[in-house]
Design a binder for this molecule. Structure first.
Ligand SMILES: [Fe+2]
Length: 333
């Protein structure tokens, strides 16, 4: 379990976010921005089950481990994109937000401290475990540790990423590791954390019925490099028992999404939503239940936000088509 620290929500909003995306303090100083979501840290009761799912069904690669009670997974040239730690709780423990330089990280953290956010420097052990050069962290109102880092370690050129099963690989790079959706306890707190602490921008909203009489209300946020959303906060109309609804990995090629879909079915994983298309990020995707209980969205074709021309919209449905809870049976003749 993560240590419970003082809430990050207790702060004074000392900066404004301008329409052109540049954040400035009230005194007019430029504030460094998060460039992307860089990694996930997940707690799991069964590391072997997680490894089999991630490697054989989805296509990640096992990386160089730390200890017998953790599992490192790769998706690209980073030495580590996902760290799974043995835990009594199957849930998201922490996420890493990338700042492009140590100077940008220092500026970002100084701004948090000015806003009275309880941000702490990572210990040498934590920095080594995350395989980054410099790291700070705080907790969000939903109990997830948010880590701000610079200098993620890359794998050797002699150790290029190789998936056992994929054709073209994951879409990461400047767009980061993917996205995650928090099952927010309080919409206002979640919004304040994203806009005031993380300092990221709203992409759009979806308020749609997910079951008769059950409405899911979600807000989506993007970082400066523009993946449509790196985090979304959702008021979910039923108990999840987890901090998150799902995480998402994006693939370069539609064939890889389809082949992952087939592998998940063949290997017996539960497809909770079949292939479909979202109206806001235009993602073609499906959802599968991970061994940790929360969902993984596997998709391709997500929108990249251009802040100069972006219009924030509100959508009334979660999917344009598909994403059915169970696969339709073929018609019999
Ligand atoms: Fe998603």
């Amino acid at each position: 379990m993560l240590r419970t620290e003082e809430s990050c929500a207790k702060f004074q909003p000392l900066f404004s976010l301008r329409a052109d995306g540049e954040r400035k303090t009230r005194k007019g100083n430029r504030v460094a921005s998060i460039s992307s979501l860089g990694y996930f840290v997940i707690g799991a009761t069964d590391l072997a089950a997680c490894e089999a799912f991630a490697v054989d069904a989805i296509g990640l690669q096992t990386g160089m481990g730390h200890a017998k009670d953790s599992l490192t997974l790769r998706m690209d040239d980073h030495a580590q994109r996902v760290l799974i730690q043995k835990s009594e709780h199957d849930d998201l423990l922490a996420v890493g937000w990338q700042l492009d330089t140590e100077q940008a990280l220092d500026e970002f953290v100084s701004d948090l401290k000015r806003k009275q956010v309880q941000v702490q420097m990572g210990s040498p052990e934590l920095i080594a475990e995350r395989r980054v050069k410099l790291l700070y962290h705080c907790d969000c109102p939903n109990g997830i540790r948010h880590e701000f880092y610079a200098g993620a370690l890359r794998a050797s050129t002699l150790d290029a990423f190789r998936s056992k099963v994929m054709k073209a690989g994951f879409l990461t790079g400047r767009l980061g590791v993917g996205h995650f959706v928090i099952a927010a306890r309080d919409a206002g707190e979640a919004t304040d954390f994203c806009t005031q602490v993380l300092g990221i921008r709203i992409s759009d909203y979806i308020r749609g019925e997910v079951a008769p009489g059950k409405v899911l209300d979600a807000t989506f946020y993007h970082t400066s490099t523009g993946r449509h959303h790196s985090i979304a906060t959702a008021m979910v109309p039923f108990p999840l028992g987890k901090r998150i609804h799902h995480i998402m990995f994006e693939m370069v090629d539609m064939d890889d999404v389809g082949m992952a879909f087939d592998r998940c079915i063949k290997l017996g994983y539960e497809i909770t939503s079949g292939l479909g298309h979202h109206p806001n990020d235009k993602m073609f995707s499906f959802y599968v239940r991970t061994p940790s209980g929360f969902l993984l969205e596997v998709g391709t074709g997500g929108v990249v936000v251009d802040d100069d021309n972006w219009e924030i919209k509100s959508f009334s449905q979660l999917s344009d088509w598909g994403h059915h809870k169970s696969q339709p049976k073929p018609a019999t003749t």
